[in-house]
Design a protein around this ligand. Structure first.
Ligand SMILES: [Mg+2]
Length: 226
């Protein structure tokens, strides 16, 4: 792997534990609005996945995504409320619950001595930027690309084009894309001509075999790069 000089890391559930942050934030959100329905996370998540898919397919804007996911949730629960307002409280709590994926903090600190570390994330700028700050990640990063800021999202080639520009590099062979989502990180990276490493934390069975490497713990990446 001597050609690899640049590591493109997905952020959510690759470096930072988004599942944890989202679950805790959802509980705080319900407390904020005095609703007792903690088991309705899956209802929210269903709508959320749907609107993110629409966003990745360019069917809705990131602005619409923010409120629509909670409008869908409020509708499903039969509650009155303003999706935009719910989204705001939820995001504040996601930021407050920033936590690393096990092993990721040490890995980034170590790898940053030998590689340029880049964050390439599908997400909202008002939540991804403060989370990077809260995790004290920025000193180790060479570039940050947030889909919301560039009006393109993984797996679209345009996203990777801008990420390469942001990274200040043109040689695709110098890049390894690491992420947990087969649909956005692996398909997108591979489609753009990058080598990919799939962080399959849940040991999911996947029929598409387009990834170059597969790991089950993020710390295993060091062994692949050696
Ligand atoms: Mg991810």
């Amino acid at each position: 792997m001597s050609k690899i000089k640049n590591l493109f890391f997905d952020l959510d559930n690759t470096i930072l534990d988004f599942s944890y942050a989202s679950h805790v934030a959802f509980k705080s959100l319900l407390n904020h609005f005095n609703r007792d329905a903690y088991d309705s996370y899956s209802v929210y998540n269903q709508g959320n996945s749907k609107v993110w898919k629409e966003f990745e397919e360019n069917k809705i804007t990131a602005l619409e995504l923010r409120s629509k996911r909670f409008d869908l949730y409020l509708d499903a629960m039969g509650w009155e409320g303003d999706g935009g307002e719910w989204n705001k409280v939820y995001l504040e709590n996601v930021i407050l619950n920033t936590k690393y994926v096990s092993g990721a903090e040490l890995l980034i600190r170590d790898l940053s001595k030998d590689y340029n570390i880049h964050i390439v994330t599908n997400g909202l700028k008002e939540v991804q930027r403060p989370r990077l700050k809260a995790a004290q990640l920025e000193p180790f990063l060479s570039s940050i690309t947030v889909s919301d800021e560039i009006s393109a999202a993984k797996p679209q080639p345009r996203f990777f084009e801008v990420a390469m520009e942001n990274a200040g590099i043109s040689n695709r062979e110098s890049v390894l894309m690491i992420g947990d989502s087969y649909g956005s990180d692996i398909t997108g990276g591979h489609g753009y001509g990058l080598k990919t490493c799939w962080f399959n934390h849940d040991k999911i069975k996947e029929d598409r075999k387009i990834h170059d490497f597969e790991i089950h713990q993020i710390s295993e990446l060091a062994g692949i790069l050696r």
